[in-house]
Each structure stands twice: as C-alpha cells, then as structure tokens.
Design a protein around this ligand. Structure first.
Ligand code: HEM
Length: 456
C-alpha cells in the first residue's frame, strides 16, 4: 500500500477545530485577521508543512509552505484549483471591487482573457514605458531636498500609481487615478478585516465603501466611454484592451474592460510600491549593501538618470530587489479552492477546501535558505543562482497563473531604485514607530515608512 493510500483518510495536523459557536468564531476571526502572518507561522512551526484547520462544521482550510506543495498546486495540478471563495465573494471579497478580472476569474473565461491581455505585456510593448517610468521618478526626486522627511511608502505608492495610470490609461496622475487607488485600498481592508455588521446597515465604514465604490465606477465608466470614441492606438494598455479580439473576432464589453482596468490598478501598483518600500528600509539597515549598490550605479550611470539599456549593466541593483522580495514578498499568501478531491503531499484535500500557499514562510525557511533572516543580495548572483532552490523563491508565483506583470514590475522597480539611489540615500526618521508588517493582499509597512532624504 502506498503512503498516499495510507494517509488519505487522515487530515494533516493543525490547531483544534473552531466549532459552530458564533462567539468562538468571532474571537478566532479577530485573532487571525489581527495578525494573520504570525498566527500562520506559529502553526507551521508547531504542525509542519501542511496545516489543517476546520472552521464550523464543513469548512476545511489548508496552509502550505513546502516548495513541492507549491509546485503541486500551482503547476502540476493547477487545473484542479480555482481562486478561493474569499476572492470571489461579490459582497465582501475582492470581486466586489475587481469584478471578474484576471485576478479573480477562472476556467475558460480566465484563459480567454489572459490570452487577450498577454500581448499588452510583451517585452517590446512594456519596454516602451521605460522612459516614462524614469521621467515620473525624476519628477518626485526634484521635489526632494537634503534633510527632507518623506513617507517613503506613500511616495512609492503615488509614484507607482502615476506609472500605472500613464501606462494603462495614458493619463497623468490626477484625481481620477487617486479615486481608483482609494477604492482599491478600502476594499482590501474589507476583504481582510472582520466586519460583523450586515452590509445594508449604514455604518460609517459601509457608507465609505459605497461612496468610494460609486465614485470609482463612475470614473472608470467615463474613461471607457471617452476612449471608445477614438480608435487610435495610444500605446497604453487601455488601447490594447479596447482593440483586442479573440479568435472568434469578439472584443471585450465595457464591463469586462472595467474589471480588467481596476484589476491592473490593484495588481500593478501596490505590489511594486511595497517591494520598493521594503528595499529602502533594508538598505537603511545595511550600509555595506547600500555602498555596493552606490558603487555599481556610479560606475554605470555617473550621476545621470538610468535608461532601459543600462539595466543589463546593473545586476546588483536587481539582486538588491530580489532579496528584498524574498524577505518581504509583496504577495505573501495565495489562496485557492480545490475543485475535486486532490492529493497534495500525501494527503487528500477534499473538494471545496480552501488552500493557502504561504510564500512568506517558504522564503524564510532555513531548509532552503542559509541565514534566512539576513539580507544578502549576493544570493542571487548568477554564479550562485544554482544554489537558490527554484520552487522556494516565488515572489511572482509560477505556473499558468504566474504574475502577468512580472517583467513590467522588475523593469519599473529597477529603474526607480537606480534613479533614486544614484542621487539620494534614505535614513529612518527619528519619529518613525517600530516598523511592522501589515499583511493585507500586499505586505506593507503598517505605519508607513518615515525616512529622511540625504543628498549623496
Ligand atoms: C513587485 C511587483 C509584483 C509582485 C510581487 C506581483 C506578484 C504577483 C503574484 C504572486 C501573483 C499571483 C497571485 C495568485 O495567483 O494568487 C500575481 C498575479 C497577477 N499580477 Fe502581479 N505582481 C507584481 C506586479 C504586477 C504588475 C506591475 C502588474 C500589472 C501591471 C501585475 C498584474 C498581475 C495580474 C493581472 C495578476 C493575475 C494574473 C492571472 O491570474 O492571470 N502584477 N502577481
């Protein structure tokens, strides 16, 4: 008898089941949403690589942290999993704001949309954005002076938002883009928080949600209507979406375009902004790494702004970012739902169960990483890359649902880091509270990052 057959009727170990008592459920919900990452890390430590939690009578949730299990769910058996219900809930989940875009859709619909949108991310297309990315970064840098205190997380959010607005909608950052960003933040908190009130109750939070939702939908609808009137390709993603047709000659409806735009706004700015924020934080704590980065930038750029062509001469700049995304993966957890009974790591995960892939735990596991808590960008040297276990480093995921914006994000982050670090260094400001992680969809610094700008 195989191990699989022997194990399949047992659930993996995990915390005691959370019964049906609403008060116990609420207490548990508050504890987990208050500190989800640490609660989950505690479970892995106590119970091993696959943790099982039973919630109420029927809900089974699994937490995975082993590279082989990531491979099973994301690659080998990817077609046996859909995005989890928490994404798809149209009232309280991400789907309320994202609709049925690339992040939340599944099956044939997702496949069709992915195929239609993929060309917008081809290298040639996104490389055309490099100049714009640097220009928008320079605009921020011009507003800095020596000694100025800035909230780096907020600044990076605004900058990546401006970049996404320009490249997706060919619009300069303006009130419209800010409205979309505000709605996206409000709904992340809704999806990840505990709200015991029915949604029809006009609590201040619900009223705010309705307000930002309406404003955002109006803004996007107006944009689409306006752009439908012109047929020229303006080089932005919206042009691509408006002009794309599938094999049957079918284009996208306004609703489909709306969902994809809002999805790209969410997926395309927070993640990159947080990757950069954590990089600035780490550089401020690691002067030797910072010095090596400065040496590379000075020898290649000699103080001028970077271009796309420079990126191949800036390997350490890339490693600095790669290692920051290992320690602080912007997408720290990915959730799926099993479509059938499916075997993972010797256990049968029953149909309908939720599966959470914890990238953060995997990126910090001493079995795959020497000195996992240390910031060592050289791990990603080309001659040392072989020692980086392939499936143990997945900031952009892998398999068919791999991040569509991977190359866009890495180009953008390298250009922003290079342009900024060749002019300035950033130091923690005296008033900054201890830096903590806030794990929403993206892993962000909880109280922002107050830093002082120093001219180099
Ligand atoms: C450092 C920056 C970024 C990181 C770390 C990141 C990471 C990820 C990860 C881990 C996923 C898979 C999520 C899952 O399957 O549950 C994902 C999906 C996605 N990302 Fe990114 N991302 C980044 C930047 C971007 C950018 C710049 C864009 C677009 C402009 C983008 C668009 C998307 C989309 C549309 C999906 C869904 C793809 C699909 O399921 O077909 N991302 N991203």
């Amino acid at each position: 008898m195989t191990t699989v057959a022997m194990l399949k009727h047992h659930a993996p170990p995990g915390p005691p089941p959370i019964g049906t008592n609403p008060l116990t459920q609420l207490r548990f919900g508050l504890r987990v949403t208050g500190d989800p990452l640490n609660v989950m890390l505690g479970w892995f430590k106590q119970h091993g690589d696959i943790v099982h939690l039973q919630f109420g009578e029927t809900a089974h949730v699994y937490f995975l942290a082993h590279p082989d299990h990531f491979h099973t769910v994301l690659v080998e058996k990817a077609d046996q999993f859909y995005k989890a219900g928490s994404y798809k809930d149209e009232k309280r989940g991400l789907a309320r704001i994202l609709g049925n875009g690339l992040v939340t859709s599944d099956g044939d619909y997702w496949r069709r949309q992915r195929k239609l949108i993929q060309p917008a991310f081809h290298a040639r297309r996104i490389e055309a954005y490099a100049e714009e990315m640097v220009k928008l970064t320079q605009r921020v840098l011009q507003s800095w002076q020596d000694g100025k205190t800035v909230d780096v997380n907020d600044t990076m959010m605004r900058l990546t938002l401006a970049i996404v607005a320009k490249t997706i909608l060919d619009t300069d950052i303006n009130a419209d883009a800010e409205k979309i960003a505000e709605a996206v933040t409000v709904f992340q908190r809704l999806a990840f928080g505990v709200d015991i009130f029915p949604l029809w109750l006009p609590t201040p939070t619900h009223l705010k949600q309705r307000r930002v939702e309406k404003t955002m939908n109006d803004v996007v609808a107006a944009l689409i209507t306006q752009r439908r009137k012109v047929t020229e390709d303006r080089g932005d993603l919206l042009s691509m979406l408006l002009n794309s047709v599938d094999e049957a000659g079918q284009g996208m409806t306004d609703q489909q375009i709306r969902d994809e735009i809002v999805t790209l706004f969410l997926a395309g700015h927070e993640t990159t902004a947080n990757a950069l924020s954590w990089t600035w934080y780490l550089l401020a704590q690691h002067p030797a790494v910072e010095q090596k980065l400065h040496n590379e930038l000075d020898s290649v750029l000699h103080g001028r702004p970077p271009t796309l062509a420079d990126l191949k001469s800036l390997p350490y700049t890339e490693q600095v970012l790669q290692e920051a995304m290992r320690l602080y993966p912007p997408v720290w957890n990915m959730s799926r739902q099993a479509l059938t009974d499916v075997e993972v790591g010797g256990y049968i995960i029953p149909k309908g169960s939720e599966v959470n892939l914890n990238t953060y735990a995997m990126h910090h596991d001493p079995r795959w990483w020497q000195e996992p808590e240390h910031y060592i960008p050289e791990r990603f040297n080309t001659d040392r890359q072989a020692s980086v276990p392939k499936m143990a480093y997945l900031p952009f995921s892998t398999g068919p649902r791999v991040c569509i914006g991977n190359s866009f994000a890495m180009m953008e982050a390298r250009l922003i880091l290079a342009a900024t670090a060749s002019q300035y260094r950033l130091r923690m400001a005296a008033g900054q509270p201890p830096v903590q992680m806030e794990p929403l969809i993206a892993l962000r610094p909880k109280h922002g990052l107050s830093m002082i700008v120093e001219t180099r």
